[in-house]
Design a binder for this molecule. Structure first.
Ligand SMILES: NC(=O)c1ccc[n+]([C@@H]2O[C@H](COP(=O)([O-])OP(=O)(O)OC[C@H]3O[C@@H](n4cnc5c(N)ncnc54)[C@H](O)[C@@H]3O)[C@@H](O)[C@H]2O)c1
Length: 257
C-alpha cells in the first residue's frame, strides 16, 4: 500500500487482530498511533512495529473524553488522522451467566459501551476533525463479527447485538461522511486464531460448540490475524476509494451472502 506519510489510529492494537493490522500498516510506511486499554500493552506492541513515527497510547474507547483527548494528542504530535481502524472489542465484560436469561443489564451496557459506543465515538471524532481539517483519503474501518450476521454462535446476545449495531453504523456513517471524502467500511471476521477466540473456546472446556466446526467452514480451518490484516490493508488503501458502506467477510465461507 502507498502508506507514505499517512497516519492511522489502530485501537485494540495490543490484541491479536489489532496488532496484526498495525504491523502490516506500519510495514507499508503508515505511521501508526496504536491504542489499547492498557498503556503498557500498547507501548510493548508499538515497539514491535517496523518504521518510525508511531505512538503507543492507553485508551478506553468507551470513554468519550478519553477518545477526544487521544485525538488531541495524536493530531498535535503527528498531524491529522487519515485512517481509523477499531479493533478494540470484548466478547464479555464480566463473569457469570451469559445466557440470555442470565445476562445482567450491567453486562449488556458495558459490552455495548465498548463494542458499539466505542465505534461511534471514534467515528464521530473523525467526522468532527476531518470536517474542519479534511484529508484526501479518509478511511474508517469498524470491526463487527460473522456472529452478528448469522445470529450468534459464540459469546452472548450482548456481544452479537453490539456487533450488529456496528454493521448499521458502517452504513449510516458511510452516507454521512462521503461528502468529507471519508469511506466507512466494516470487517466481519469469522473464527480467527487470537487470544479472544482461545479464551472463548477454553471457557467452554475446549469445545467449539459448532462455532469452528469445520463442517460449517468450507475452507475447513480457523483464519489467521494476518488474513484479517490483509482486509484492513485493502480497505485502508487509496485503491479502495470507491468502496464505502460495505462489510468485508473474512470467514472461510462460514457465512455467505
Ligand atoms: N478473533 C476472532 O475470532 C474474532 C471474530 C469476530 C470478531 N472479532 C473482533 O475483532 C476484534 C479484535 O478481536 P481479537 O480477536 O484481536 O481480540 P483480542 O482480545 O486479542 O483483542 C482485543 C483488544 O481490545 C482491547 N480492548 C478491550 N476493551 C477495550 C477498550 N475499552 N478500549 C480499548 N481497547 C480495548 C483489549 O485490551 C485487546 O488488546 C474485536 O472487536 C472482536 O470482537 C474477533
Amino acid at each position: 500500500m502507498d502508506g507514505e506519510n499517512r497516519l492511522a489510529l489502530v485501537t485494540g492494537g495490543a490484541g491479536g487482530l489489532g496488532l496484526a493490522s498495525a504491523l502490516r500498516l506500519a510495514g507499508s510506511g503508515v505511521r501508526v498511533a496504536l491504542a489499547d486499554l492498557n498503556n503498557e500493552a500498547a507501548q510493548a506492541s508499538v515497539a514491535k512495529l517496523p518504521g518510525t513515527g508511531h505512538i503507543g497510547l492507553g485508551l478506553d474507547v468507551s470513554d468519550e473524553e478519553a477518545v477526544i483527548a487521544a485525538f488531541d494528542r495524536i493530531e498535535e504530535e503527528r498531524g491529522p488522522v487519515e485512517i481509523v481502524v477499531n479493533f478494540a472489542g470484548v466478547l464479555r465484560a464480566g463473569v457469570g451467566d451469559f445466557s440470555l436469561a442470565g445476562l445482567t443489564v450491567a453486562e449488556w451496557e458495558r459490552v455495548f459501551a465498548i463494542n458499539s459506543t466505542g465505534s461511534f465515538l471514534l467515528t464521530r471524532e473523525m467526522a468532527r476533525r476531518r470536517g474542519k481539517n479534511p484529508v484526501s483519503h479518509g478511511r474508517i474501518i469498524l470491526v463487527s463479527s460473522a456472529g452478528a450476521q448469522i445470529g450468534g454462535y459464540q459469546g452472548s446476545a450482548a456481544y452479537f447485538s453490539s456487533k450488529g449495531s456496528v454493521l448499521t453504523l458502517v452504513k449510516a456513517a458511510a452516507r454521512e461522511l462521503a461528502p468529507l471524502g471519508i469511506t466507512v467500511n466494516g470487517i466481519a471476521p469469522g473464527p480467527i486464531d487470537t487470544p479472544m477466540l482461545r479464551a472463548a473456546t477454553q471457557a467452554r472446556g475446549g469445545s467449539d460448540s459448532g462455532y469452528t466446526g469445520m463442517s460449517r467452514v468450507p475452507l475447513a480451518r480457523i483464519g489467521t490475524p494476518d488474513e484479517v490484516a490483509a482486509a484492513t490493508m485493502y480497505l485502508a488503501s487509496r485503491d479502495a476509494a470507491f468502496v464505502t458502506g460495505s462489510v468485508m467477510d473474512v470467514n472461510g465461507g462460514l457465512r455467505m451472502q
